[in-house]
Design a protein around this ligand. Structure first.
Ligand SMILES: [Fe+2]
Ligand SMILES: [Fe+2]
Length: 215
């Protein structure tokens, strides 16, 4: 598809609904990159460790659903076609993350978060709001989100059962990609967000992490 094609508002809304359904039903567009844990053996985990690893991967899957929604929301209202294209490209890479977390959850015998539609809708609304404020703030929001995700993944890597190299490899690759997304946002003129917004973002993600661990 030609990335420079101009979409009408109706086209954009239809595209948005299509993107949302694909993100929620495991059909998000991906780059087709290989599964980072492809060549690794399934680790021997106790029942408790397996449940714990699955809960952690459920959190990360829910985070990726939210990332899709944020990028879709921001991309929808962005004023600059360059920013819009960057959002679209990042969303496709987040699609890889979504597919990897989903596959790992299946391997661990568990399910994605039952609240994914809620995470998507909330994050989409936040993405649209950030996008409407203006591109430099939208990019600032994106850069801060990715910064917080990189730190969150650092913590998740420490919490995984040490034998679970498969989940570890996935999260490690995701962390690398999120840092790249942050750099791209900064290169395109991301503004530094006020501390109160950063704190609100941290609080919101803490609530989501606590809930998605269980449901
Ligand atoms: Fe991601
Ligand atoms: Fe990202």
């Amino acid at each position: 598809m030609n990335s420079k094609r101009c979409y009408s508002k109706v086209d954009q809304i239809c595209l948005g609904v299509d993107q949302a359904l694909k993100a929620l039903f495991g059909q998000a567009t991906t780059t087709g990159r290989a599964y980072p844990a492809e060549n690794l053996k399934e680790p021997e985990l106790t029942i408790e460790q397996q449940k714990h690893a699955a809960s952690l991967m459920r959190i990360n899957h829910a985070g990726e659903v939210s990332a899709q929604a944020l990028y879709h929301g921001q991309g929808l209202v962005s004023r600059s076609s360059t920013v819009r294209e960057n959002m679209r490209h990042a969303a496709v890479e987040e699609g890889d993350h979504l597919a990897w977390c989903s596959r790992r959850l299946t391997e661990l015998g568990s399910h994605t978060s039952y609240l994914n539609p809620l995470w998507y809708m909330g994050s989409f609304a936040i993405g649209v709001t950030a996008g409407l404020v203006g591109d430099k703030w939208s990019l600032g929001f994106l850069a801060e989100t990715e910064d917080q995700v990189v730190k969150h993944l650092d913590n998740q890597l420490k919490l995984l059962p040490s034998q679970d190299e498969k989940s570890y490899k996935i999260l490690e690759q995701m962390q690398h990609d999120e840092a790249q997304h942050q750099n791209v946002a900064i290169e395109h003129g991301a503004a530094e967000l006020p501390w109160i917004i950063k704190n609100m973002m941290r609080c919101t993600s803490k609530i989501m992490v606590k809930i998605a661990y269980w449901v």
